[in-house]
Each structure stands twice: as C-alpha cells, then as structure tokens.
Design a protein around this ligand. Structure first.
Ligand code: SF4
Ligand code: F3S
Length: 106
C-alpha cells in the first residue's frame, strides 16, 4: 500500500484525493491517511502531493516507518475524503518543517 507521512501534517493539500480510483483516503483535522486494505498500489497519488508526503510502503524512509501503523489505525475511524478542497491556511509555512508528528490531531 501507499502511505501518507509526516509532511502532510498541518498542510493537507488534498491534491492526492482527486486521483485515487478507489477512494481510500480518509480525513482527520490536520492530516490524511490511506486505508492499506483498499489501496490498489496504482501510484497515481504519489506525484500529486505538493509536499511529497506520499510513499510506497516499500520505499518508506526509515524515519517514516511509524506512519504505516498510523495510516492503518486512523483510516478505520476517519471519514473518506474523495474531493479536493483548500489546503490548511498555513500550509506553505509548514511544508518541509520537521517534528510535525507531535502535532498530529486525531
Ligand atoms: Fe489511491 Fe492509488 Fe494512491 Fe493507493 S496508490 S492511495 S489506490 S491513488
Ligand atoms: Fe497531504 Fe499531500 Fe494529500 S499534503 S492531503 S498527502 S496532497
């Protein structure tokens, strides 16, 4: 499956959701996740993310490994999002900042 990682937090550009053929993105307050049981590995979302936050599980940087479990867990309770919307207001400011995992709102 593909995995949404830390740099989505506080940005949430949502370009990714428009291209997913199986609607497997789920939305939380300041982050999106992919349901690993629904993702068909089509790869379409990865290049769409302006924050480069989406990776194949097979290419995940070591520091982002924890996001495998975070995507699997939160996709069970968060609602599906299938249409793009405005990014979070300070998205540009937060894009590329480190240490955002602690700011993930559930
Ligand atoms: Fe959806 Fe394809 Fe991305 Fe999986 S890889 S989340 S199926 S767009
Ligand atoms: Fe997040 Fe990138 Fe999608 S910032 S909402 S994974 S386009």
């Amino acid at each position: 499956a593909f995995v949404v990682t830390e740099n989505c937090i506080k940005c949430k550009y949502t370009d990714c959701v428009d291209v997913c053929p199986v609607d497997c993105f789920h939305e939380g307050p300041n982050f999106l996740v992919i349901d690993p049981d629904e993702c068909i590995d089509c790869t379409l979302c990865e290049p769409e993310c302006p924050a480069e936050a989406i990776f194949s599980e097979d290419d995940l940087p070591d520091a982002q490994m924890k996001f495998v479990d975070i995507n699997a867990e939160l996709s069970q309770t968060w609602p599906i999002i299938s249409e793009r919307k405005d990014p979070l207001p300070d998205a540009e400011e937060w894009d590329g900042k480190s240490g955002k995992t602690e700011m993930l709102e559930r």
